[in-house]
Design a protein around this ligand. Structure first.
Ligand SMILES: *Cc1c(COP(=O)(O)O)cnc(C)c1O
Length: 658
């Protein structure tokens, strides 16, 4: 493997310095360069930035005050006993997202003179962690922000946490009688559950439960729209979608409710065309289609009153502001404008009163507040031996490699690359035939490596790099070994190739000279990250700094607060990471909650191992070894103690630097 090296280092080498003299030394690296390289402004605004010390900073309220140095925060948290990898949740960012979404709708409602209101709900499935849902409810109170439950356990969560008068409790997903009865009974607690029919059969269940309990239901219908969003969640809409009713089924729901004397129950129309809808065009089309269905239902006599536009509001993970899957070509404000305008247009056209607008944005609310910080444990970077001097008895391939190295200039580098490859191949072939000694082969490879380093340095200075040099760039990419599990902490990176912005959280005033990919702790070749955000498409490497002996190197993964925690799995039995909730105030910060990650005994219990039995089995084995005099008493004690300590310990590696 060839290590990318800074140009300055090359100039001290004995050979080829005159040809390198033509290369200009780049201007000193600044934090602005890092900001541009990692595209911080694109995806991080207004929350994440870099300070003069070269550290990432977090400003939950944008420029309205309060800012923490993420690197120093991580050091502080480690001093408090929290361990890496560490998930840091910034509660104020969550508050800001909720505030922002409501402000965008308020502005849109004012701009279009919309005669109705907005009542958002947070879909619990996006991140069910109790502290987080509690915060959503609390920060949402001024806006009567409600919750959406997609399953029975989520309904139970919502019922236990939602205490906001006037907020909605939208019940989606497949339902049984128990689900429906629980939802209906919660009306008596002052909740506003709306039972959204996803399957025609559910109407009968709702009617039966309402009769049995004597509680009038409020019912919604989920429409299968024709409009599809492109991308991963494309099949959430259209005829073959897993959820939702075809138009004739919606009419059948309306008829059955009327027949049961519950016609006034039908009050909401819902749709959800998928998550991360990156194109505003698809959103506008869906709104237009749904608004027409809504107005037609009103004209048929259904009471209605709510139009629920589902989720889909996207997050710009790569900051490119395009309709690329990791991005979106619209702002939250554009989204609100288009939702409000689209609904108003249809209602004006059909002369029906405008509905209360409901949206179920999850990703857009929960993504920004979480930052995962992990440490790099080491790298696969090769350290180069000093360049050997030419010898009188160098065989031809080696002599040729010396010559190639000497003739290397920006004008000849492409040709030199092909020459170097050829001479390296010749050296290997000669070794196979017994004409080269082992030491000579090593020398040939060292020279070839040197050629590659210098060719790459020249190539990177050019505006255009010929295609045939791409292999060289690929070979120069170094693996950084990261103390975390992709499967536990960033499952969508593995499952659906989702991109998350990643940035070293310190040393950003230094040029990152290594092009790296990340390899995680699992024994799985899929446990790596080799796709990174870029302005156009994706980058096959992340620019990182050379590791320094005895010094920790921290990388932050941003925008991962939606879906990642709950989809994460125990591959190789790496468990939940430690997590903290941080509140930023003008004088610093406060640790609101600290949640210890899984201990080894916890994850082992999921797979039916019993701590006591495991320790006992080890104790018995040591006893036997003692009897057979294969072990000393001290060794036995040490083994049992270490074993027990591991069971109580973190599933991740404990770095020497921590
Ligand atoms: C998943 C889901 C959402 C949340 O979607 P986001 O794109 O994360 O906003 C909303 N509504 C329903 C019905 C869902 O299934």
């Amino acid at each position: 493997m060839v290590l990318a090296r800074p140009l300055q280092a090359l100039e001290t080498e004995a050979l080829g310095t005159e040809s390198l003299a033509t290369l200009e030394k780049p201007a000193a690296w600044t934090v602005r360069d890092s900001e541009a390289l990692y595209r911080m402004e694109g995806w991080g605004e207004p929350y994440f930035s870099i300070n003069q010390a070269g550290h990432v900073t977090v400003s939950p309220h944008g420029d309205r005050g309060g800012c923490v140095d993420l690197y120093e925060l991580v050091q502080d948290l480690q001093r408090r006993g929290l361990r890496l990898p560490l998930l840091i949740r910034f509660s104020d960012i969550l508050a800001d997202r909720i505030e922002r979404l409501n402000a965008c709708f308020a502005r849109a409602i004012a701009r279009y003179n919309y005669a109705g209101v907005y009542r958002g709900v947070y879909p619990v499935k996006v991140n069910q962690q109790r502290h987080l849902v509690e915060e959503v409810v609390e920060y949402g109170k001024p806006y009567q922000f409600g919750l959406e439950a997609g399953s029975k356990p989520e309904l139970l969560i919502a019922l236990s946490l939602l205490r906001t008068p006037g907020a909605l409790l939208i019940c989606n997903g497949y339902k049984d009688a128990e689900f429906i009865e629980t939802a209906l009974l919660s009306r008596r607690l002052g909740q506003n559950p709306i039972i959204v029919i996803e399957q025609l059969e559910e109407v009968a269940l709702v009617i039966a439960a309402a009769r049995k309990l004597g509680i009038a239901p409020v019912v919604g219908v989920r429409a299968k729209l024709n409009t599809k969003a492109s991308g991963h969640w494309e099949d959430s809409a259209g005829e073959r979608a897993k959820f939702g009713l075809r138009l004739w089924e919606i009419l059948a729901v309306w008829e059955r409710l009327q027949e049961a004397g519950m016609g006034d129950a039908l009050q909401l129309l819902h749709f959800h065309i998928g998550s991360q809808v990156s194109s505003i065009g698809a959103i506008k089309d869906a709104i237009r289609e749904a608004a027409q269905i809504y107005t037609e239902l009103v004209r048929l006599g259904a009471p209605m009153g709510y139009l629920d536009v589902g989720g889909g509001l996207a997050v710009d993970y790569d900051g490119s502001k395009t309709n690329f899957a990791a991005s979106k070509n619209y702002s939250m404000q554009n989204y609100a404008y288009d939702v409000v305008a689209g609904i108003k247009d249809a209602c004006t056209q059909k002369r029906v009163p405008v509905p209360t607008i409901v949206s179920e944005s999850g990703r857009a609310i929960a993504s920004h507040q979480s930052v995962l910080v992990f440490e790099v444990l080491g790298s696969g970077a090769m350290t180069r031996e000093p360049l050997p001097a030419p010898a009188a008895d160098d065989p031809l391939p080696i002599a040729n490699l010396y010559e190639t190295l000497a003739s290397l200039t920006p004008a000849t580098y492409q040709e030199c690359y092909h020459d170097a490859e050829q001479f390296r191949d010749e050296a290997i072939a000669a070794f196979g035939l017994g004409y080269l000694s082992l030491l000579q082969r090593v020398k040939a490879e060292r020279l070839y490596g040197e050629c590659c380093d210098r060719i790459l340095a020249i190539a990177r200075q050019q505006d255009y790099v010929p295609d045939d040099l791409e292999d060289l760039e690929k070979a120069a990419t170094v693996s950084y070994y990261a103390n975390f599990s992709v499967f536990q902490s960033l499952p969508d990176s593995w499952a659906i190739d989702q991109l998350f912005p990643m940035v070293p959280i310190h040393r950003l005033d230094e040029e990152p000279t290594v092009r790296a990919t990340l390899a995680d702790l699992t024994c799985d070749s899929d446990g790596r990250i080799d796709r990174f955000i870029d302005l156009k498409d994706v980058k096959p490497y992340l620019e990182l700094h050379p590791l320094r002996a005895g010094e920790s190197y921290y990388i932050g993964v941003f925008l991962n607060g939606a879906y990642q925690e709950i989809l994460g799995d125990l591959h190789n039995l790496f468990g939940d990471t430690d997590a903290v909730h941080i509140q930023v105030n003008p004088d610093g910060y406060k640790v609101e909650h600290a949640i210890a990650g899984d201990a080894m005994a916890d994850v082992l219990r999921y797979v039916q191992y019993d701590r006591q039995a495991m320790v006992e089995s080890i104790r018995r084995a040591t006893e036997q070894a003692l009897q057979q005099k294969q072990m000393t008493i001290e060794e036995a004690r040490r083994l049992v103690e270490t074993y027990e300590r591991c069971l109580s310990g973190y599933t991740y590696l404990q770095s020497e630097n921590q």
